[in-house]
Write a protein of this length. Sequence first.
Length: 128
Amino acid sequence: MKNNKGLTISIIILACTIVIGSSIMATKVSTAINMTSIDSKEKSPVLGINEAADYLHLSEEQVIRMINIEKTDLEEDGIFSGMMLPYFTVDGQYYFCKAELDNWLKEVANEHTEYNTAEGWRKQKITF
């Protein structure tokens, strides 16, 4: 009888250990999957409007107004000097290539380009 009690207790302890161990492993796997998902989003070369605005330290509204200012300049003048804010749209949503945003940032910084999104204008201060 004592053998049966000892065996029963051993089986219960073993079962509890397996359940607890499995639970811990499942949590770690889930955390690893979530971290991989976050890493791949952070390393994505494509940004949505909100991510691009955050990257540029601007509001989404300012980015959209800058796009519209550049469109207006191109339509009115028939030519655009400098580099336009690089983007593409899918189903009316704006998307940006991070590397191209970096190139655009370099160019507008070198040209001392000013945007006034409240008044709707842009000008370049190219210095030689």
